[in-house]
Each structure stands twice: as structure tokens, then as C-alpha cells.
Design a binder for this molecule. Structure first.
Ligand code: SF4
Length: 442
């Protein structure tokens, strides 16, 4: 009987790309990959440790899986496993805990997936995580967008962040390997490839190269595709990267740039590497190239010492900023981070109130950006699903667009004119698909 494995990912796009690669390893070893809610002989969790909630959710999911099959072999890996393996071993039913390096060597570490009395831990100390774990993912069955991991770890020391403790030093995939894997994904028919990592802008630092040089090579690859960079630190978004983005049709005009706070005082406490003024000028510079650029911003509320005045400074800063959406995070104490030792904690209700205020602001920003698209033409990559006679996709500048379903146009980059907004999604009328767009351009 073919053994069944169910995989579950918590956290970032990087984790999703890694789980998908582990899933491929199971397929290559003769296992059947099933959905998480189905009966499985093995359950694997790729975990996150950025917030307490992420860890709590992992423990709840392990118990849920064991209700599905009490005899299942349970593997927990990822950042939570890297940082607190013993804690995870305490959970009744967990059989193996693998660190961030070991997750890719699963089949050389475990050869018998039957439950034992004792659970086993395979976790290298973070300062010994030197190997670059190759990973890419697919969007399940709709072959439109693929995530390609090009960088891992981080050399920065932001005081709230536990990622360097879980993923170690910044390391990058060899550029030749990136190019060959990229070509492989294009040949498989992916029309959008998202370059992902922990600190993507730091790509190549340890190899004496950089993201700009890599993108020059990737945009040179022939084919019908576009490139999206998952996120980039403000101090790493250079003028040459901007120039390349707005001069090359293969680059998506979309940036996701963490801000974290609009207060100089809090940015200093967070040990971030820019000022609000620097950040503002960067956003202005991007808009000077095109004010239709999609710009997403990460922000943390409730950081220790964040006064009402600091919060309002952040709120007003974001309200004035020409951006298109926010990702709002509530500060969460992480063990062994400097911020966890800081005084002047903000109570959870106040953190929640501030989070709600910014989520409302984010929705307003998104809708006013979507309204600005009405009457404009966007290039949209439509996914394969048929939503009751319509199909959806993202534009290059990260606008969600809905239009009449046409199976000939799924997984195609299509030019649409935006006619309006329904249920928070832009409505588009098909103008022409990419091939005819390119033919015309050439
Ligand atoms: S840049 Fe800062 S927040 Fe981002 S992963 Fe590195 S240490 Fe964490």
C-alpha cells in the first residue's frame, strides 16, 4: 500500500517553498501527498516562530492530525523546531523534530516512519547552518506562479526578530543554479516567478555579487514570464534596481518594503537601518517612476515603549504615504530577543486597538489605489480556477482582478481595462493576451 503523507506550512512564502520541495522528496520516494484534513500515515509540519500565535497554532494542528490518525508518524520542522525542539518533543505523539538544515535531509535521517516510544531530535546549532537548502514551490495544481528561494538567513540584528536565531547567517543560492532552476520553471510553464528569501535584497552578499546582477541575467532569459521580488529592505532598494524594474517589462512594478514604524524613536529601538525621512523619499522616488506602482508595507504595532504619540506618528506617516496596502503585525515577545527584555510593555488590548486602526487604514489605501486603476489597462496573470464563470488573477502592480472565465486565457498574461470594483476586487474587460501584446510590441 502506498503510504500517505500530509504536509502543513505555517508562516512565510519561504516556508511554503520549502514544504513543497520536501513534498517532492516524498513523491520521489513513492509516497502519496494528501490534503492535511485527510487520513495520512505521516504528518509533517513546517513551522514558524515569528509570533506566539504561530507556535500555539502548531501545537493545536499536531493534536488535530493525531485525532485523524493516532498511529500517524508526526514530524515537526521549521523555525519553531530549530529554536525549541525539546518543547515540541513534549507534545504527546510527536515522533521527530528536525531543524532548518535537517528538513532537506529527512530521508537520510529517518528510514522507518513507524511510531516509537521516544521521539528523536535532529537539530544543528544555528551557527552550523551553512548549507543553502534549495527550494521552490508551486501554487498547488494551478501552474501559474512559482516561488523560488534564492536567499536564506539574515545578518541584521533587528531587536524584535527571532529569524536570525532560527535561520542563521545570510546565505545565497549560487547564481548559476538560480538561472538554471529559473529556466526550468519557465519551461514548466510558470508565467510568474517570485524570488523569495528572508532578506532578499541581501542576495549574493556572501558570494561577492548582488540582486541587481542576478536580475540582469534573469530578465535576459527568453520567454513569456514576469519576475516579482517577494520583499526588500528599504536600505537595499538601490537606484539601479529601480531603474531596471521600470525599464524592463519582465519586472513587476510592485514592491513590498518593510517599514515597521513611522517613529524615529521606535525605529532606533528596533535597530532598523533607515529613518522615516529616508523611507518617505524612497517611496516618493518609486512614485516618480510610476504612481501606478503597487507598494506594500509591513508595520508592527505595540513595540515596547511605543507611546500613543509614536503610534499616531506612524498612523499619520502611513496615511500620507502614496502606497497601496499594509501588512499589520502586533508586536509579540520572542524569547532571546533584545526587545523581549525591554521595559514599557504595551498592554494587549492597546496593541489590538492599534492593529485594528491600521487594518482599517490599509483597506482604505487599497480601495483608493484600486479606484485609481479604473479606466486604466493592466497586465494580469489569470489563474486556472473557474469561479462561477469568472477567473481571477494579479496584475503586475499586485491588483486583484476578476473577469469572465475563458479557459484559453488562464495562465496567460492578458491586457485588461479596469471597469470598476465589485466586492473589493477590480473588474476587468479583456483587451488582448500577452502573445499578441508582444507581437505588437516587437
Ligand atoms: S531584516 Fe530584521 S526583521 Fe528582517 S529577517 Fe533580518 S533581523 Fe529579522
Amino acid at each position: 500500500m502506498q503510504k500517505k503523507v500530509a504536509l502543513h506550512t505555517l508562516g512565510c512564502k519561504l516556508n511554503f517553498s520549502e514544504t513543497s520541495t520536501i513534498g517532492d522528496q516524498f513523491l520521489n520516494n513513492g509516497f502519496q501527498v494528501v490534503n492535511f484534513d485527510e487520513y495520512a500515515d505521516i504528518y509533517l509540519f513546517n513551522t514558524c516562530t515569528v509570533t506566539q500565535n504561530a507556535e500555539r497554532e502548531c501545537r493545536q494542528l499536531v493534536r488535530r492530525a493525531l485525532r485523524n490518525n493516532p498511529d500517524a508518524f508526526v514530524i515537526v520542522t521549521g523555525c519553531y523546531a530549530q529554536l525549541r525542539p525539546e518543547e515540541l518533543c513534549q507534545i504527546e505523539g510527536v515522533d521527530a523534530v528536525l531543524g532548518n538544515q535537517e528538513k532537506f535531509n529527512l530521508f537520510s535521517l529517518i528510514d522507518d516512519f513507524t511510531k516509537k516510544d521516544l521521539s528523536c531530535i535532529f537539530v544543528s546549532p544555528v551557527n552550523q547552518i551553512n548549507e543553502f537548502g534549495f527550494a521552490h514551490s508551486t501554487d498547488a495544481d494551478n501552474r501559474t506562479r512559482a516561488y523560488l528561494k534564492i536567499q536564506d538567513g539574515c545578518d541584521y540584528k533587528c531587536t524584535f526578530c527571532t529569524i536570525p536565531l532560527a535561520r542563521g547567517k545570510s546565505k545565497s543560492m549560487d547564481p548559476d543554479l538560480v538561472v538554471s532552476e529559473f529556466i526550468n520553471l519557465v519551461e514548466k510553464g510558470y508565467k510568474e516567478i517570485i524570488l523569495t528569501g528572508v532578506n532578499v535584497g541581501d542576495y549574493g552578499h556572501s558570494l561577492g555579487t548582488g540582486l541587481y546582477k542576478l536580475l540582469l541575467r534573469l530578465t535576459d532569459i527568453p520567454g513569456d514570464f514576469r519576475i516579482r521580488v517577494s520583499s526588500i529592505e528599504p536600505n537595499l532598494l538601490s537606484d539601479e534596481l529601480l531603474e531596471l524594474t521600470f525599464s524592463n517589462k519582465k519586472m513587476c512594478n510592485h514592491f513590498h518594503i518593510p517599514l515597521q514604524s513611522g517613529s524615529q524613536h521606535i525605529l532606533r529601538q528596533m535597530r532598523r537601518r533607515y529613518t522615516p525621512e529616508y523611507y518617505y523619499q524612497l517611496i516618493e522616488k518609486i512614485n516618480s517612476y510610476s504612481d501606478d506602482t503597487g507598494i506594500g508595507v509591513d508595520v508592527i504595532v505595540g513595540f515596547p515603549g511605543e507611546t500613543e504619540n509614536d503610534f499616531l506618528t506612524t498612523y499619520n506617516f502611513l496615511r500620507e504615504l502614496p502606497i497601496s496596502y499594509l501588512h499589520v503585525f502586533t508586536y509579540s515577545e520572542r524569547p532571546n530577543t533584545p526587545a523581549a527584555e525591554m521595559k514599557e510593555k504595551i498592554n494587549v488590548y492597546e496593541r489590538r486597538r492599534r492593529n485594528n486602526m491600521l487594518r482599517i487604514l490599509s483597506e482604505k489605501k487599497k480601495m483608493s489605489f484600486y479606484e485609481k486603476m479604473i479606466g486604466k489597462e493592466l497586465e494580469v496573470l489569470f489563474e486556472t480556477e473557474n469561479h462561477f464563470g469568472t477567473m481571477r488573477g494579479f496584475s503586475s502592480n499586485y491588483v486583484r482582478v476578476n473577469t469572465v472565465y475563458d479557459s484559453n486565457l488562464t495562465n496567460e498574461i492578458v491586457k485588461v481595462s479596469i471597469s470598476g470594483i465589485v466586492d473589493g476586487i477590480c473588474e476587468g474587460n479583456i483587451l488582448e493576451n500577452k502573445n499578441s501584446i508582444d507581437l505588437k510590441a516587437s
